[in-house]
Write a protein that binds this ligand. Structure first.
Ligand code: BJW
Ligand code: ZN
Length: 240
């Protein structure tokens, strides 16, 4: 099982899906959620990325998001993001499904990533439900407010919240008809996103996992390529 095998699978694939997680942005300097370095102050993502945490202390939650927005604004897409944008150009049918909210796939040139967990650059009013993009870093005042005076929240999906319906349905449809799925840089422990991997495998797709570590998705993958995605993805795409 090797990179060569992966290249062959890639060449013969007609309908491709890539499912990405925080690991693809690690080489851009964005911390992942879990594992070493996955903490902010002494909080875990599970303690901050919830509607309950926001209701209890919107300022604390916004400080976390404002810090992350500043990190992301200073970061650039890495060769892993660019490789997936290039793959989209040459594949017959390609769907990028990402759990990331950082927007680095867009900045690398991917056309319409399906953002399962929303977008950190989007804000939503909790009173009038207006939604808008705001790219200011840092935000001028925390917590930010809507023009109606209501409290704004980050336009992301927290634990216990449903995924955007159209986006989820499109991701399920894509993996159901895919012949090859690349699972890149995700711990595959957060549902329902993680469910896409067994769904794809059961529907007959080949699965290639690209990750520095073994994950629960590894057992569903026909091929596991161990290493940083910023190195493996460009290698997989090259014909060398
Ligand atoms: C590299 C690398 C390099 C490092 N190269 N690799 C079934 C069982 C148990 C619980 C549940 C269940 N179904 C649902 C739940 C509850 C919950 C859940 O899944 N909990 C589990 C944690 C147990 N799920 C939900 O609540 C979801 N909603 C839901 O189910 O709604 C149901 C509902 C129905 C009807 C009405 C209402 C509700 C929502 C989940 C939302 C997740 N949100 C977050 C925050 C988003 C906003 C933000 O960014 O702040 O999404 S949490 C966080 O985890 C974020 C990520 O997208 C997500 C996944 O993390 P990811 O991307 O995999 O990152 P890491 O850090 O975990 O892993 C990084 C990986 O990269 C590692 O494997 C490294 O090895 C690797 N790596 N460097 C390659 N260079
Ligand atoms: Zn409003």
């Amino acid at each position: 099982m090797s990179l060569e095998q992966g290249r062959q699978w890639l060449h013969s694939a007609r309908r491709l899906v890539a499912l990405t997680g925080a690991g693809i942005s690690a080489e851009s300097g964005i911390p992942t959620f879990r594992g070493a370095g996955g903490l902010w102050r002494s909080y875990r993502a599970e303690d901050l990325a919830t509607p309950q945490a926001f209701a209890r202390d919107p300022l604390l939650v916004w400080e976390w998001y404002d810090w992350r927005r500043q990190l992301i604004a200073r970061a650039n897409p890495n060769p892993g993001h660019f490789a997936l944008a290039a793959l989209e150009q040459r594949a017959l049918q390609f769907t990028l499904v990402t759990q990331n909210v950082d927007g680095l796939h867009d900045r690398a040139g991917s056309r319409a990533p399906l953002k399962l967990h929303g977008d950190i650059w989007r804000l939503r009013c909790q009173s009038c439900f207006a939604a808008w993009d705001d790219f200011q870093t840092p935000l001028p005042s925390l917590p930010p407010r809507c023009s109606c005076g209501g409290l704004a929240r980050p336009g992301v999906v927290w634990f216990g919240e449903g995924l955007p319906a159209g986006v989820w349905d499109a991701a399920v449809e894509a993996v159901s008809v895919a012949d090859l799925v690349l699972v890149v840089g995700t711990s595959a422990v957060v549902y329902p996103a993680a469910q896409l991997v067994p769904l794809a495998a059961r529907a007959g797709a080949r699965v290639i996992e690209i990750n520095i570590e073994e994950t629960p998705a590894s057992s569903q993958a026909g091929l596991c390529l161990r290493g940083p995605s910023g190195e493996i993805l460009p290698n997989l795409l090259s014909d060398a």
